[in-house]
Write a protein that binds this ligand. Structure first.
Ligand code: S3P
Length: 442
């Protein structure tokens, strides 16, 4: 069972064998973006240990550099240094800011740029990002006085931002989206008066934790902490950040270790922020064999090592709207897990999946059906009939990083080998995925 390079992005995935060993997943993508962005608007230097050296955070760094922020090279070994320019320090960029494939870059930058008075910014992205909805972030910012435009009445990139003096507002967001919440909180830092965001359910809270660490005046109140208030006036101060391993990257090994016979994997230093650990809750409900070691708190985020051992009798699961924000990026790999359970799994309340890097409900259904899986696609979810043998065949990531890695794990358990097209999509969040897979296989 080995993966061989056929061409840059076409990979052969051999089935069989088990996954054994220790893996250190790369830095959390959400925390990496935020450490660069918040470091850029702070005063003084921010140092970042464990920043994810992948395409998405590199796009954030390049956009910041285009506005005059000095950032040291991003690689897997060195601490990244960001020389903050302060809340109002961005230069008007001479070129279009290219967010690549990264929705987090575009939506969080929108929030940061709308309040930069007397400057004009244009944001663009790749083919996938140019099809993703942006008015969900632009509309609440307009309630604060933001001037944003774009194709289809501000829905799609390229987007144009004309910096304005904003005013505070109380804004209820229609969906639990950390990107929308964060865009509003970042805009609030330079608004006149305070701003409160009220979420319908809790989305990941890395922005709140990190803004506090940088010295922002942020208060969390209301039922389940869903009212988040920023009072402007405090300058952010550069700090040191240690980025924990990304639970969304660990998810591939958590599922692979649970479903591939004979597997025993220890994943080091994984972020265990409770707004992100939905996948662990579901795997426990399924009867997966998962244990925790060395749990501690580093720089305001809980982390720990996770050990996963193969479980021969996994139970099917139900995901609904309540838990989706806690595992929104893990639905593709959980769909793979569902194929190997004894029984029928149901995913509902997951229509947000349709507006990720691809329509992940449609793409996962198409690709897994190609392998012989029995899946029904619904408007807001999937029904997955576990226990059907998958067959090795030609599959395609359709350019989506999480689809690429999910299909690779499914292919390990198929009858016969598979080829995965556009496997290089994994570099968006996990450039070392293929090497780590080879190591665990040997
Ligand atoms: C992210 C939030 C999530 C997630 C994305 C990263 C973030 O999106 O899917 O990969 O860093 O804020 P939504 O909050 O829009 O659901």
């Amino acid at each position: 069972m080995k993966i061989t390079d056929c061409e840059a992005s076409l990979r052969e995935i051999k089935s069989g064998g088990s996954l054994v060993g220790t893996v250190t997943v790369p830095g959390d993508k959400s925390i990496s973006h935020r450490s660069l962005l918040f470091g850029a608007i702070a005063e003084g230097e921010t140092t970042i240990k464990g920043l994810l050296p992948a395409d998405d955070p590199k796009n954030t760094a390049n956009c910041l550099k285009d506005m005059g922020v000095k950032i040291s090279p991003i690689n897997s070994t060195e601490i990244v240094k960001v020389e903050g320019v302060g809340l109002d320090g961005f230069q008007e960029p001479e070129k279009v800011l290219d967010c690549g494939n990264s929705g987090t870059t575009m939506r969080l930058l929108l929030g940061l740029l709308v309040g930069r008075k007397n400057r004009h910014f244009i944001l663009t992205g790749d083919k996938s990002l140019s099809k993703r909805p942006m008015r969900r972030a632009g509309q609440p910012l307009k309630l604060m006085g933001a001037k944003i435009d774009g194709r289809s009445n501000g829905e799609f990139a390229p987007l144009s931002v004309k910096g304005e003096q904003l005013h505070g507002a109380i804004i209820g967001t229609p969906v639990a989206s950390a990107q929308i919440k964060s865009a509003i909180l970042l805009a609030a830092l330079t608004a006149e008066g305070s701003t409160t965001v009220i979420e319908p359910a809790n989305s990941r809270d890395h922005t709140e934790r990190m803004l506090k660490a940088f010295g922002a005046n942020i208060e969390i109140s209301g039922e389940m902490g869903r009212h988040i208030t920023i009072k402007p006036g405090s300058n952010l101060k550069g700090t040191h950040i240690e980025v924990p391993g990304d639970i969304s990257s660990a998810a591939f090994w958590l599922v692979a270790g649970s479903i591939v016979p004979g597997s025993d994997i220890t994943i080091k230093n994984v972020g265990l922020n409770p707004t992100r650990t939905g996948i662990l809750e579901i795997l426990h409900q399924m009867g997966a064999n998962i244990s925790y070691l060395n749990t501690k708190e580093i720089a305001g985020e809980p982390v720990g090592d996770i050990k996963v051992v193969h479980s021969p009798q996994l139970k099917p699961f139900k995901l609904d709207g309540e838990i989706i924000p806690k595992l929104v990026d893990e639905v593709p790999i959980l769909t793979v897990a569902a194929c190997f359970c004894n029984g029928v799994s149901e995913i509902t309340g997951a229509s947000e999946l349709r507006i990720k890097e691809t329509d992940r409900l449609e793409v996962m259904t198409r690709q897994l059906r190609n392998m012989g899986a029995k899946i029904e696609e619904h408007e807001d979810g999937l029904t997955v009939y576990g226990g059907n043998k998958l067959l090795g065949t030609e599959v395609d990531s359709e350019t989506d990083h999480r689809v690429a890695m999910s299909l690779a794990i499914a292919a390990l358990l198929a009858d016969g080998n598979s080829t995965l097209s556009r496997s290089n999509a994994a570099s968006v969040s996990y450039p070392e995925f293929w090497n780590e897979l080879s190591k665990l296989q040997s």
